[in-house]
Write a protein that binds this ligand. Structure first.
Ligand code: IMP
Ligand code: MG
Length: 205
């Protein structure tokens, strides 16, 4: 079974016709993916994932903190028993360029012989998802697939790809719907592009 064969391919999102709500317009330059568009795509992803795992017991492993909104909307569509756990990972983006990961929260569940779906917010270089997949694979799950809301293929520095992708976005720093800049903007119900003045000239995130 090709995992995402029944999921329509993600389209490259370049712009939304929706206006940035006034409350956010000082910080957000452009609204990229509106809330209704996210809801409809995530609903479609959930339907395909549910079909792919039909009759199997699924273990969802989500990465903190960026997946919170995506995860909550995705899993509420699954009308079958599942187990869920969260894993905390942070990368030393600013500090070192090694791409090393620090685990801030380990898994509690035993993944041996389980069908595991890893959920993350965005796939950029791929270092995070690659490292997490390698770590989880050591527990010998029955299957291991990945699901991301957003994909920035132009940022890729590994050969890591996700099995289920919501949207392809340009190589820009995006926030909202769980994604942050400096722990802000996670609550935005849409995905938008940050204004450069927020992170300051010459210090792009
Ligand atoms: P990767 O390891 O480079 O693929 O990066 C994955 C992680 O970096 C994601 O889980 C996010 O936490 C963060 N990230 C990458 N791009 C963005 C972005 O545009 N906005 C917010 N966070 C991002
Ligand atoms: Mg993240």
């Amino acid at each position: 079974m090709n995992p995402s064969s029944r999921l329509s391919p993600p389209v490259l999102v370049s712009r939304s016709r929706a206006r940035v709500p006034a409350a956010y317009s000082d910080d957000i330059e452009q609204l990229l993916i509106s809330a209704p568009r996210i809801r409809s795509r995530v609903t479609e992803m959930a339907r395909v994932i549910a079909e792919d795992y039909h009759g199997k017991r699924l273990v969802v492993v989500a990465l903190l903190n960026g997946t919170i909104l995506f995860l909550a909307y995705l899993i509420r569509h699954f009308e079958f028993p599942l187990s869920m756990d969260l894993i905390g990972v942070s990368s030393y983006r600013g500090g070192t360029s090694s791409g090393e990961l620090e685990y801030t929260k380990r898994l509690k569940l035993d993944l041996r012989d389980q069908h595991v779906l890893v959920v993350d917010d965005i796939l950029d270089t791929g270092k995070t998802l690659c490292a997490v997949k390698a770590e989880l694979a050591r527990q010998h799950p029955a299957s291991l697939r990945t699901c991301v809301l957003l994909d920035k293929p132009d940022g890729r520095k590994t050969d890591c790809e996700a099995d289920y992708v919501g949207f392809i976005v340009p190589h820009l720093f995006v926030v909202g719907y769980g994604l942050d800049y400096d722990e802000r903007y996670r609550n935005l119900p849409f995905v938008g592009v940050l204004r450069p003045h927020v992170y300051g000239p010459g210090s792009a995130p």
